[in-house]
Write a protein that binds this ligand. Structure first.
Ligand SMILES: *Cc1c(COP(=O)(O)O)cnc(C)c1O
Length: 497
């Protein structure tokens, strides 16, 4: 049976999965959502014996129904190969009473690799299926990790170009270095004078510009998105939650029918939405614990039912979560409103005009699977130091926000359900903040690469290739622009004046 995708804003015809992937954002500004969330057609016991790649096929075939078996298996095989430094792809580490689902073993050592290593293959396969002649231009706003993972995924992929906008002063030095040293003739990286929300709003405005779209079409280009608003990102992220449950069952950590809670360090709400979809599909997941840093707009939302972005944007040591407009929440809102596009348009309109909205009581009641917790900078740093001190395990700053949320949740509720913590980045990506959390005095004066060597010593984990390469990589991208000039910059890159 074919699964179609419709826009959360309801003004567009439903489209096939391949068309939704190509388009990224729906033409009415909404996000594509599946008409229904498919149920798993295998039992958890059957899934338990499967490799990551096999699990990926079982999930993706249910969502991307217009791809053939051969196409999907080609995409999966090409994505989840030696680019990952472990055969498990997403291994679980049992530390301090929780299971850390390590999603950072790919090419750019952040969880974005989980989806962005497969998206270029899904995208080019989708272009072929739909007889697209235009070159596909991936336009991406990044809070640091998506940019590099998308660049790595799309670099030198025939028929594509990629333009990444990042907040010039809003990413870690390692993140910036990873992006500006990117190779590939089809890659463009631009720092903007603004924060992530400015970058994301700028990209959305470019997508919504119909005149520009026609102009680009005449020049042989069409835009698509590698952001988590693309359904081709979301579907592959469901895989690792199902896989984690299956592995815990296989290893005897979970009994048949037993549920796990999941904690997700959240920014744009893509990763936790994937966990929610996994639960809806039938994976044995209990609570979905949404962890925020000081930009705790989601925490407040789950407390009160009011989403309010009117507050200072705080730069933290978990920059990939420094977000006040969590785009993927729109998909959840649409669902808890009973697939009501009018309600969605109303709420999103209020968000745009007033920077806030309030959901109805009825909608709020459907959020009972979710709860929100947040960690301050000090609390997150204390968790890094504490877990390292107790166990020797070193986690990154984003994962620390989740670990802290987990501690607060268990303390407050007494819930002893086993818990998976989504571990979204390698500590090497945020070496300075991590090492300063461990011992500010000792490590405070060191350079970034000295810290990396120290991190290797204390964790016993080899420096990943992705970081090692940066020591000598030349800077290849130097463009900086104002947030208001993003459209102009895109035109210049594409030679469309
Ligand atoms: C992107 C990112 C997040 C936030 O994920 P969302 O899907 O945007 O909620 C958390 N941690 C890290 C390290 C990330 O790169």
């Amino acid at each position: 049976m074919e699964l179609l995708y419709k826009s959360t804003r309801g003004k567009e015809e439903a489209v096939t999965a391949s068309k939704a992937i190509l388009q990224g954002l729906a033409g009415d500004g909404g996000l594509f959502v599946p008409e229904e969330i498919p149920g798993l057609d295998l039992s958890m016991e059957q899934l338990a014996g499967m490799s990551y790649q096999e699990t990926a096929y079982e999930i993706l075939k249910l969502f991307l129904t217009d791809f053939t078996e051969e196409e999907l298996k080609y995409c999966i095989r090409s994505a989840y190969d030696e680019k990952f430094d472990t055969e498990a792809v997403a291994p679980l580490a049992k530390v301090d009473g929780a299971y850390y689902l390590e999603l950072f073993h790919g090419a750019t050592i952040a969880f974005k690799d989980m989806a962005l290593s497969v998206l270029p293959y899904l995208m080019t396969t989708a272009a072929k299926k739909n007889n697209i002649q235009n070159e596909i231009v991936i336009l991406t706003a990044t809070s640091g990790d998506t940019g590099k993972a998308a660049l790595a995924g799309f670099a030198d992929v025939p028929g594509t170009r990629i333009i990444v906008f990042y907040p010039k002063n809003g990413v870690s030095p390692i993140q910036e270095k990873q992006m500006v040293t990117q190779k590939g003739d089809n890659t463009f990286v631009v720092g903007i004078q603004g924060n992530f929300d400015d970058a994301q709003s700028g990209v959305k405005a470019i997508f919504a510009d119909k005149a520009l779209k026609e102009e680009l079409d005449r020049a042989g280009f069409q835009l698509s998105s590698a952001n988590s608003i693309n359904i081709g990102r979301l579907a592959p992220q469901i895989v690792y939650y199902v896989y984690a449950c299956a592995k815990l069952l296989e290893e005897g950590e979970l009994a048949a029918g037993e549920r796990v809670n999941v904690v997700v360090p959240t920014g744009n709400f893509g990763n936790i939405l994937a966990a929610y979809y996994a639960k809806q599909m039938g994976a044995p997941i209990g609570k979905l614990i949404c962890a925020s840093n000081d930009n705790k707009v989601l925490y407040d939302f789950f407390q009160t039912g009011e989403y309010d972005r009117n507050r200072p944007f705080i730069l933290t040591t978990s920059p990939s979560m420094d977000i006040l407009i969590s785009s993927n929440l729109e998909r959840l809102l649409y669902r808890i409103a009973g697939a009501d596009a009018e309600k969605d348009v109303e709420l999103m309109g209020a968000l745009e005009k007033e920077g806030k909205y309030r959901i109805t009581q009825q909608m709020k009641e459907q959020l009972e699977d979710f709860c929100g917790y947040y960690a301050t900078e000090e609390e997150a740093a204390a968790v890094i130091a504490g877990v390292y001190g107790n166990t020797g395990y070193v986690m990154d700053t984003h994962t620390a926000v989740a670990a802290c949320a987990y501690k607060k949740y268990t303390k407050e509720t007494g819930d002893e359900t086993k818990t998976v913590i989504a571990s979204t980045a390698s500590p090497y990506k945020f070496a300075r903040s991590v090492m300063e959390a461990v011992d500010a005095e000792k490590y405070g004066g060191m350079t970034d690469f000295e810290l990396i060597d120290e991190l290797s010593k204390i964790s016993g984990v080899e420096v990943p290739k992705a970081v090692e390469e940066l020591r000598t990589a030349p800077v290849r991208h130097k463009t900086v622009c104002r947030a208001s000039d993003m459209k102009k910059t895109v035109r210049e890159f594409l030679g469309v004046e």
